[in-house]
Design a protein around this ligand. Structure first.
Ligand code: IFG
Length: 450
Protein backbone atom coordinates (compact mmCIF):
# COMPACT_ATOMS: atom_id res chain seq x y z
CA UNK A 1 0.00 0.00 0.00
CA UNK A 2 3.08 2.22 -0.30
CA UNK A 3 5.53 3.23 -2.92
CA UNK A 4 5.46 4.91 -6.28
CA UNK A 5 5.07 1.89 -8.51
CA UNK A 6 3.44 2.16 -11.87
CA UNK A 7 1.92 -1.15 -12.86
CA UNK A 8 3.09 -2.28 -16.26
CA UNK A 9 1.17 -4.40 -18.76
CA UNK A 10 3.06 -7.64 -18.78
CA UNK A 11 2.68 -10.07 -15.91
CA UNK A 12 5.72 -12.13 -15.04
CA UNK A 13 5.46 -15.87 -14.52
CA UNK A 14 6.93 -16.60 -11.11
CA UNK A 15 6.77 -20.39 -11.12
CA UNK A 16 9.55 -21.98 -13.15
CA UNK A 17 8.95 -24.93 -15.46
CA UNK A 18 11.64 -27.13 -16.98
CA UNK A 19 11.46 -25.12 -20.24
CA UNK A 20 11.37 -21.81 -18.42
CA UNK A 21 13.55 -21.85 -15.29
CA UNK A 22 12.31 -19.77 -12.38
CA UNK A 23 13.35 -16.17 -12.97
CA UNK A 24 15.61 -15.38 -10.02
CA UNK A 25 14.72 -12.78 -7.47
CA UNK A 26 17.94 -10.85 -7.33
CA UNK A 27 18.82 -9.04 -4.10
CA UNK A 28 21.27 -6.22 -4.85
CA UNK A 29 23.23 -4.05 -2.45
CA UNK A 30 22.43 -0.36 -2.79
CA UNK A 31 25.83 1.19 -3.13
CA UNK A 32 24.73 4.78 -3.61
CA UNK A 33 22.67 4.81 -0.40
CA UNK A 34 19.55 6.41 -1.81
CA UNK A 35 17.06 4.39 0.20
CA UNK A 36 18.13 4.61 3.83
CA UNK A 37 18.16 1.49 6.01
CA UNK A 38 14.43 0.78 5.63
CA UNK A 39 13.95 1.88 2.01
CA UNK A 40 14.25 -0.26 -1.11
CA UNK A 41 13.91 -0.48 -4.85
CA UNK A 42 11.69 -3.16 -6.40
CA UNK A 43 11.87 -3.79 -10.14
CA UNK A 44 9.79 -6.43 -11.89
CA UNK A 45 10.26 -6.70 -15.64
CA UNK A 46 11.08 -9.23 -18.35
CA UNK A 47 10.81 -12.20 -16.02
CA UNK A 48 13.24 -10.73 -13.52
CA UNK A 49 12.64 -9.41 -10.03
CA UNK A 50 15.32 -7.18 -8.59
CA UNK A 51 15.31 -5.90 -5.03
CA UNK A 52 17.79 -3.19 -4.15
CA UNK A 53 18.37 -2.05 -0.59
CA UNK A 54 20.99 -0.78 1.81
CA UNK A 55 20.29 -3.02 4.82
CA UNK A 56 18.16 -5.88 6.16
CA UNK A 57 15.01 -3.87 6.84
CA UNK A 58 14.95 -2.58 3.26
CA UNK A 59 15.13 -6.08 1.80
CA UNK A 60 12.49 -7.26 4.28
CA UNK A 61 10.11 -4.43 3.39
CA UNK A 62 10.61 -4.98 -0.34
CA UNK A 63 9.47 -8.57 0.18
CA UNK A 64 6.37 -7.38 2.11
CA UNK A 65 5.51 -5.15 -0.85
CA UNK A 66 6.11 -8.03 -3.27
CA UNK A 67 3.72 -10.15 -1.18
CA UNK A 68 1.07 -7.45 -1.63
CA UNK A 69 1.66 -7.39 -5.40
CA UNK A 70 0.97 -11.12 -5.58
CA UNK A 71 -2.54 -12.62 -5.23
CA UNK A 72 -3.63 -13.77 -1.75
CA UNK A 73 -2.84 -17.35 -2.81
CA UNK A 74 0.82 -16.48 -2.18
CA UNK A 75 0.04 -16.96 1.52
CA UNK A 76 -0.70 -20.67 0.85
CA UNK A 77 2.06 -22.51 2.70
CA UNK A 78 2.20 -25.53 0.37
CA UNK A 79 3.62 -25.68 -3.17
CA UNK A 80 1.20 -24.08 -5.63
CA UNK A 81 0.79 -26.35 -8.70
CA UNK A 82 0.15 -23.37 -10.95
CA UNK A 83 1.86 -20.15 -11.89
CA UNK A 84 1.35 -16.83 -10.13
CA UNK A 85 2.05 -13.54 -11.79
CA UNK A 86 2.98 -10.06 -10.66
CA UNK A 87 2.61 -6.88 -12.66
CA UNK A 88 5.74 -5.22 -13.92
CA UNK A 89 6.60 -2.38 -11.58
CA UNK A 90 9.37 -0.01 -10.70
CA UNK A 91 9.08 1.05 -7.08
CA UNK A 92 11.37 3.32 -5.11
CA UNK A 93 10.10 3.50 -1.54
CA UNK A 94 11.14 4.65 1.93
CA UNK A 95 9.30 5.52 5.14
CA UNK A 96 8.25 8.98 6.33
CA UNK A 97 8.79 8.19 10.02
CA UNK A 98 11.27 5.91 11.76
CA UNK A 99 8.78 5.01 14.53
CA UNK A 100 5.82 3.04 13.13
CA UNK A 101 4.43 1.32 16.18
CA UNK A 102 1.76 -0.70 17.88
CA UNK A 103 1.29 -0.98 21.64
CA UNK A 104 -0.14 -4.16 23.12
CA UNK A 105 -1.39 -4.09 26.71
CA UNK A 106 -0.68 -7.58 28.07
CA UNK A 107 -1.48 -6.54 31.64
CA UNK A 108 -5.23 -5.84 31.44
CA UNK A 109 -5.63 -9.30 29.95
CA UNK A 110 -2.58 -11.55 29.53
CA UNK A 111 -1.66 -12.73 26.03
CA UNK A 112 0.81 -15.60 25.72
CA UNK A 113 3.85 -15.71 23.42
CA UNK A 114 1.95 -17.30 20.51
CA UNK A 115 -0.60 -14.47 20.49
CA UNK A 116 2.13 -11.81 20.65
CA UNK A 117 4.01 -13.49 17.78
CA UNK A 118 0.82 -13.54 15.71
CA UNK A 119 0.36 -9.83 16.41
CA UNK A 120 3.94 -9.22 15.29
CA UNK A 121 3.34 -11.19 12.07
CA UNK A 122 0.39 -8.95 11.26
CA UNK A 123 2.35 -5.80 12.14
CA UNK A 124 5.20 -6.85 9.83
CA UNK A 125 2.81 -7.27 6.89
CA UNK A 126 2.38 -3.48 7.01
CA UNK A 127 5.99 -2.55 7.84
CA UNK A 128 5.33 -1.58 11.46
CA UNK A 129 8.64 -1.73 13.30
CA UNK A 130 8.04 -1.01 17.03
CA UNK A 131 6.08 -3.22 19.42
CA UNK A 132 5.54 -1.41 22.74
CA UNK A 133 4.58 -4.03 25.34
CA UNK A 134 2.69 -2.65 28.36
CA UNK A 135 4.02 -5.24 30.84
CA UNK A 136 2.60 -4.05 34.16
CA UNK A 137 -0.46 -2.31 35.52
CA UNK A 138 -2.99 -2.53 38.33
CA UNK A 139 -4.41 -5.82 37.10
CA UNK A 140 -1.27 -7.84 36.41
CA UNK A 141 2.54 -8.07 36.33
CA UNK A 142 3.69 -9.94 33.22
CA UNK A 143 7.43 -10.55 33.24
CA UNK A 144 9.61 -12.68 35.51
CA UNK A 145 12.13 -10.51 37.42
CA UNK A 146 15.04 -12.44 39.00
CA UNK A 147 15.16 -11.83 42.74
CA UNK A 148 11.55 -10.62 42.81
CA UNK A 149 9.51 -13.87 42.64
CA UNK A 150 6.49 -12.29 44.33
CA UNK A 151 5.83 -10.21 41.21
CA UNK A 152 4.96 -13.37 39.30
CA UNK A 153 3.87 -15.59 42.20
CA UNK A 154 1.28 -12.98 43.20
CA UNK A 155 1.24 -10.07 40.74
CA UNK A 156 0.86 -12.22 37.63
CA UNK A 157 -2.03 -14.26 38.96
CA UNK A 158 -4.76 -11.78 38.08
CA UNK A 159 -6.25 -9.94 35.13
CA UNK A 160 -9.31 -7.82 34.33
CA UNK A 161 -12.45 -9.77 35.18
CA UNK A 162 -10.64 -12.19 37.49
CA UNK A 163 -9.10 -14.68 35.04
CA UNK A 164 -5.89 -16.53 35.90
CA UNK A 165 -3.50 -14.02 34.29
CA UNK A 166 -0.03 -15.21 33.37
CA UNK A 167 3.48 -13.98 32.64
CA UNK A 168 6.52 -14.42 30.40
CA UNK A 169 9.51 -16.31 31.70
CA UNK A 170 12.86 -14.78 30.81
CA UNK A 171 13.35 -17.48 28.18
CA UNK A 172 9.99 -16.60 26.63
CA UNK A 173 10.97 -12.91 26.70
CA UNK A 174 14.25 -13.61 24.92
CA UNK A 175 12.35 -15.66 22.36
CA UNK A 176 9.88 -12.79 21.74
CA UNK A 177 12.77 -10.35 21.33
CA UNK A 178 14.40 -12.64 18.77
CA UNK A 179 11.12 -13.23 16.94
CA UNK A 180 10.58 -9.48 16.75
CA UNK A 181 14.08 -8.92 15.36
CA UNK A 182 13.42 -11.47 12.61
CA UNK A 183 10.57 -9.21 11.47
CA UNK A 184 12.47 -5.93 11.86
CA UNK A 185 10.45 -5.12 14.95
CA UNK A 186 12.06 -3.61 18.05
CA UNK A 187 10.30 -4.40 21.33
CA UNK A 188 9.85 -1.39 23.63
CA UNK A 189 9.24 -2.59 27.22
CA UNK A 190 7.00 -0.50 29.48
CA UNK A 191 6.86 -0.79 33.26
CA UNK A 192 4.24 1.79 34.17
CA UNK A 193 5.17 3.83 37.23
CA UNK A 194 4.60 5.38 39.75
CA UNK A 195 0.89 4.85 39.01
CA UNK A 196 -0.85 1.85 37.50
CA UNK A 197 1.14 -0.29 39.95
CA UNK A 198 -1.35 -2.24 42.04
CA UNK A 199 -0.07 -5.62 40.82
CA UNK A 200 3.38 -4.75 42.24
CA UNK A 201 1.89 -3.18 45.39
CA UNK A 202 -0.15 -6.36 45.99
CA UNK A 203 3.05 -8.42 45.64
CA UNK A 204 5.71 -6.52 47.61
CA UNK A 205 4.76 -4.99 50.97
CA UNK A 206 7.63 -2.49 51.20
CA UNK A 207 6.51 -0.72 48.03
CA UNK A 208 3.55 0.56 50.04
CA UNK A 209 3.92 3.50 52.41
CA UNK A 210 2.09 1.58 55.16
CA UNK A 211 4.32 -1.46 54.62
CA UNK A 212 1.35 -3.68 53.80
CA UNK A 213 0.49 -5.32 50.50
CA UNK A 214 -2.66 -4.12 48.78
CA UNK A 215 -5.47 -6.39 47.65
CA UNK A 216 -5.25 -7.68 44.05
CA UNK A 217 -7.38 -5.60 41.64
CA UNK A 218 -9.26 -6.88 38.60
CA UNK A 219 -11.45 -3.88 37.71
CA UNK A 220 -10.80 -1.16 35.14
CA UNK A 221 -10.61 2.02 37.21
CA UNK A 222 -7.43 4.06 36.83
CA UNK A 223 -5.39 6.51 38.90
CA UNK A 224 -5.82 5.05 42.39
CA UNK A 225 -2.42 3.35 42.81
CA UNK A 226 1.12 4.64 43.32
CA UNK A 227 4.44 3.30 44.48
CA UNK A 228 5.52 4.83 47.78
CA UNK A 229 7.89 7.54 46.54
CA UNK A 230 9.21 8.21 50.08
CA UNK A 231 10.75 4.76 50.58
CA UNK A 232 14.21 3.82 49.29
CA UNK A 233 12.93 0.28 48.74
CA UNK A 234 10.87 1.68 45.87
CA UNK A 235 13.97 2.85 44.00
CA UNK A 236 15.78 -0.42 44.68
CA UNK A 237 12.75 -2.13 43.13
CA UNK A 238 12.74 0.18 40.12
CA UNK A 239 16.48 -0.39 39.67
CA UNK A 240 16.07 -4.18 39.80
CA UNK A 241 13.21 -4.13 37.30
CA UNK A 242 14.78 -1.70 34.83
CA UNK A 243 18.17 -3.46 35.02
CA UNK A 244 16.76 -6.95 34.41
CA UNK A 245 14.56 -5.89 31.52
CA UNK A 246 17.05 -3.45 29.95
CA UNK A 247 19.78 -6.07 29.71
CA UNK A 248 17.39 -8.41 27.85
CA UNK A 249 15.97 -5.76 25.51
CA UNK A 250 18.23 -4.64 22.62
CA UNK A 251 16.01 -1.66 21.76
CA UNK A 252 17.17 1.82 22.74
CA UNK A 253 14.10 2.78 24.79
CA UNK A 254 12.65 2.00 28.19
CA UNK A 255 9.09 3.26 28.75
CA UNK A 256 8.34 4.20 32.37
CA UNK A 257 4.67 5.05 31.88
CA UNK A 258 4.01 7.98 34.23
CA UNK A 259 0.33 8.25 33.33
CA UNK A 260 -2.73 8.95 35.47
CA UNK A 261 -1.22 9.53 38.91
CA UNK A 262 -3.83 11.17 41.15
CA UNK A 263 -2.41 10.40 44.61
CA UNK A 264 0.89 12.31 44.43
CA UNK A 265 1.65 16.01 44.45
CA UNK A 266 3.43 17.50 41.44
CA UNK A 267 6.57 17.76 43.57
CA UNK A 268 6.40 14.09 44.58
CA UNK A 269 5.69 13.03 40.98
CA UNK A 270 8.58 15.13 39.61
CA UNK A 271 11.00 13.76 42.19
CA UNK A 272 10.02 10.18 41.40
CA UNK A 273 10.23 10.66 37.63
CA UNK A 274 13.64 12.33 37.94
CA UNK A 275 14.95 9.30 39.84
CA UNK A 276 13.29 6.87 37.43
CA UNK A 277 14.93 8.74 34.56
CA UNK A 278 18.34 8.44 36.25
CA UNK A 279 17.83 4.69 36.68
CA UNK A 280 16.83 4.23 33.04
CA UNK A 281 19.93 6.15 31.90
CA UNK A 282 22.14 4.16 34.29
CA UNK A 283 21.02 0.99 32.51
CA UNK A 284 21.82 2.43 29.10
CA UNK A 285 18.36 3.17 27.80
CA UNK A 286 16.59 6.26 26.54
CA UNK A 287 13.68 7.54 28.60
CA UNK A 288 10.14 7.26 27.25
CA UNK A 289 6.90 8.13 29.03
CA UNK A 290 3.27 9.12 28.45
CA UNK A 291 2.58 12.80 27.94
CA UNK A 292 1.83 13.67 31.58
CA UNK A 293 5.58 14.11 32.09
CA UNK A 294 5.46 17.18 29.85
CA UNK A 295 3.30 18.99 32.43
CA UNK A 296 5.82 18.58 35.20
CA UNK A 297 9.08 20.39 35.50
CA UNK A 298 11.01 17.13 35.66
CA UNK A 299 14.42 17.26 34.03
CA UNK A 300 13.89 15.54 30.73
CA UNK A 301 17.01 13.46 30.01
CA UNK A 302 18.72 13.71 26.61
CA UNK A 303 16.87 11.84 23.89
CA UNK A 304 13.69 11.64 25.93
CA UNK A 305 10.58 10.60 24.04
CA UNK A 306 7.10 11.65 25.10
CA UNK A 307 4.12 9.61 23.92
CA UNK A 308 1.21 11.92 23.18
CA UNK A 309 -2.11 10.22 23.93
CA UNK A 310 -4.61 12.62 25.43
CA UNK A 311 -6.69 14.77 23.10
CA UNK A 312 -4.81 18.04 23.07
CA UNK A 313 -5.88 21.23 24.81
CA UNK A 314 -4.12 24.56 24.37
CA UNK A 315 -2.58 23.97 27.79
CA UNK A 316 -1.26 20.46 27.24
CA UNK A 317 -0.17 21.48 23.74
CA UNK A 318 1.99 24.28 25.16
CA UNK A 319 3.58 21.87 27.64
CA UNK A 320 4.55 19.63 24.71
CA UNK A 321 6.02 22.57 22.80
CA UNK A 322 8.05 23.44 25.91
CA UNK A 323 9.23 19.86 26.29
CA UNK A 324 10.30 19.76 22.64
CA UNK A 325 12.19 23.01 23.18
CA UNK A 326 14.01 21.18 26.01
CA UNK A 327 15.04 18.42 23.59
CA UNK A 328 12.20 15.91 23.83
CA UNK A 329 10.81 14.20 20.74
CA UNK A 330 7.27 12.91 20.31
CA UNK A 331 5.47 9.69 19.44
CA UNK A 332 1.88 10.43 18.47
CA UNK A 333 -0.87 8.15 19.78
CA UNK A 334 -3.96 10.39 19.84
CA UNK A 335 -6.63 8.47 21.78
CA UNK A 336 -9.42 10.01 19.70
CA UNK A 337 -7.76 8.70 16.51
CA UNK A 338 -5.64 5.58 16.92
CA UNK A 339 -6.49 4.04 20.27
CA UNK A 340 -7.68 0.85 18.60
CA UNK A 341 -9.25 -0.29 21.87
CA UNK A 342 -11.99 2.28 21.22
CA UNK A 343 -15.23 1.05 19.69
CA UNK A 344 -15.54 1.58 15.92
CA UNK A 345 -19.11 2.74 16.44
CA UNK A 346 -22.12 2.09 18.68
CA UNK A 347 -22.50 -1.39 17.21
CA UNK A 348 -19.08 -2.58 18.41
CA UNK A 349 -19.29 -5.41 20.92
CA UNK A 350 -15.66 -4.89 21.97
CA UNK A 351 -13.90 -1.73 22.99
CA UNK A 352 -14.23 1.29 25.25
CA UNK A 353 -15.61 4.68 24.32
CA UNK A 354 -14.11 7.22 26.73
CA UNK A 355 -12.27 8.90 23.82
CA UNK A 356 -15.23 8.57 21.47
CA UNK A 357 -15.73 6.21 18.55
CA UNK A 358 -12.66 5.64 16.33
CA UNK A 359 -13.97 4.29 13.03
CA UNK A 360 -11.68 3.17 10.23
CA UNK A 361 -11.63 6.63 8.67
CA UNK A 362 -10.97 8.44 11.98
CA UNK A 363 -7.87 6.27 12.45
CA UNK A 364 -6.54 7.12 8.98
CA UNK A 365 -7.65 10.57 8.03
CA UNK A 366 -5.32 12.84 10.02
CA UNK A 367 -1.84 14.30 9.66
CA UNK A 368 0.76 13.83 12.41
CA UNK A 369 2.36 17.14 11.45
CA UNK A 370 -0.70 19.12 12.56
CA UNK A 371 -1.69 17.23 15.72
CA UNK A 372 0.35 19.39 18.11
CA UNK A 373 0.63 22.96 16.87
CA UNK A 374 4.01 24.60 17.30
CA UNK A 375 6.00 21.37 17.07
CA UNK A 376 8.36 20.97 14.09
CA UNK A 377 8.19 17.82 11.97
CA UNK A 378 11.75 17.03 13.08
CA UNK A 379 10.52 16.51 16.66
CA UNK A 380 8.02 13.84 15.61
CA UNK A 381 9.58 10.36 15.66
CA UNK A 382 6.40 8.76 14.38
CA UNK A 383 3.08 7.18 15.32
CA UNK A 384 1.94 4.26 17.47
CA UNK A 385 -1.47 2.60 17.79
CA UNK A 386 -2.18 1.46 21.39
CA UNK A 387 -4.44 -1.54 22.00
CA UNK A 388 -5.51 -1.61 25.65
CA UNK A 389 -7.11 -4.90 26.64
CA UNK A 390 -9.79 -4.14 29.19
CA UNK A 391 -12.33 -5.61 26.78
CA UNK A 392 -10.14 -7.91 24.68
CA UNK A 393 -9.54 -11.47 25.95
CA UNK A 394 -8.36 -13.47 22.93
CA UNK A 395 -6.15 -13.00 19.86
CA UNK A 396 -9.37 -12.96 17.81
CA UNK A 397 -10.51 -9.95 19.87
CA UNK A 398 -7.16 -8.25 19.22
CA UNK A 399 -7.47 -8.88 15.48
CA UNK A 400 -11.03 -7.55 15.43
CA UNK A 401 -10.01 -4.33 17.17
CA UNK A 402 -6.79 -3.86 15.19
CA UNK A 403 -8.10 -4.65 11.68
CA UNK A 404 -8.87 -2.73 9.56
CA UNK A 405 -7.55 0.24 11.57
CA UNK A 406 -3.91 -0.81 12.06
CA UNK A 407 -2.90 -0.85 8.35
CA UNK A 408 -4.07 2.76 8.17
CA UNK A 409 -1.75 3.72 11.02
CA UNK A 410 1.05 1.90 9.21
CA UNK A 411 0.42 3.96 6.09
CA UNK A 412 0.42 7.20 8.12
CA UNK A 413 3.82 6.15 9.44
CA UNK A 414 5.21 5.24 6.04
CA UNK A 415 3.67 7.42 3.34
CA UNK A 416 4.06 11.15 2.81
CA UNK A 417 0.87 12.98 3.83
CA UNK A 418 0.40 14.53 0.41
CA UNK A 419 0.25 11.06 -1.09
CA UNK A 420 -2.58 9.95 1.22
CA UNK A 421 -6.30 10.46 0.92
CA UNK A 422 -9.21 8.51 2.35
CA UNK A 423 -11.12 8.09 -0.93
CA UNK A 424 -8.40 6.15 -2.72
CA UNK A 425 -7.11 4.52 0.47
CA UNK A 426 -10.45 2.93 1.34
CA UNK A 427 -10.54 1.24 -2.09
CA UNK A 428 -7.00 -0.08 -1.69
CA UNK A 429 -7.81 -1.21 1.84
CA UNK A 430 -10.92 -3.10 0.71
CA UNK A 431 -8.71 -5.09 -1.67
CA UNK A 432 -6.84 -6.44 1.37
CA UNK A 433 -9.95 -8.18 2.70
CA UNK A 434 -9.30 -11.36 0.67
CA UNK A 435 -5.69 -11.40 1.94
CA UNK A 436 -6.94 -11.18 5.53
CA UNK A 437 -9.38 -14.01 4.81
CA UNK A 438 -6.52 -16.21 3.58
CA UNK A 439 -4.47 -15.24 6.64
CA UNK A 440 -7.40 -16.01 8.94
CA UNK A 441 -7.54 -12.51 10.40
CA UNK A 442 -10.75 -11.91 12.36
CA UNK A 443 -11.24 -8.37 11.06
CA UNK A 444 -14.22 -6.06 11.53
CA UNK A 445 -15.92 -5.72 8.12
CA UNK A 446 -16.14 -1.93 8.47
CA UNK A 447 -19.11 -0.57 6.46
CA UNK A 448 -16.89 2.37 5.53
CA UNK A 449 -14.62 -0.02 3.63
CA UNK A 450 -16.27 -3.31 2.70
N1 IFG B 1 -5.98 5.37 29.63
C1 IFG B 1 -4.97 4.66 30.43
C2 IFG B 1 -4.78 3.19 30.15
C3 IFG B 1 -6.03 2.49 29.65
C4 IFG B 1 -6.66 3.29 28.54
C5 IFG B 1 -7.82 2.54 27.88
C6 IFG B 1 -3.25 5.61 28.93
C7 IFG B 1 -1.86 6.16 28.78
C8 IFG B 1 -7.10 4.61 29.08
N2 IFG B 1 -3.66 5.33 30.20
O1 IFG B 1 -3.95 5.43 27.95
O2 IFG B 1 -4.32 2.58 31.36
O3 IFG B 1 -6.94 2.28 30.71
O4 IFG B 1 -8.25 3.18 26.71
Amino acid sequence: MEGSGQSGESAENLNGTNQNPLPPIVFRADTNAVFGTEGYGLDVSAGQITITAQAGPGYFYAVQTLRQLLPPAIEYSGTLPYALSVASVRIRDHPRFEWRGAMLDVSGHFFGPADVKRYMDLMALYKLNRLHLHLSDDQGWRLEIPGRPALTDIGARTQVGGGEGGYYTLAEWDDLVAYAASRNITIVPEIDMPGHTNAALASIAELNCDGRRTEPYTGIDVGFSSLCVDREETYAFVDDVVREIAQRSPGAYFHVGGDEVTTLSATEYNAFMDRAAEIVARHGKLFMAWDGVAETRMTLPPGAVIQVWRPQTADTGQHLVDAVSRGARLILSPADRIYVDMKYDASSRLGLRWAGFNDTRDAYDWDPATLVSGVPDSAILGVEAPLWTETAETIRDLEWLAFPRLPGVAEIGWTAHERRDWTTYRTRLAAHGPRWDVLGINYYPSPLVF
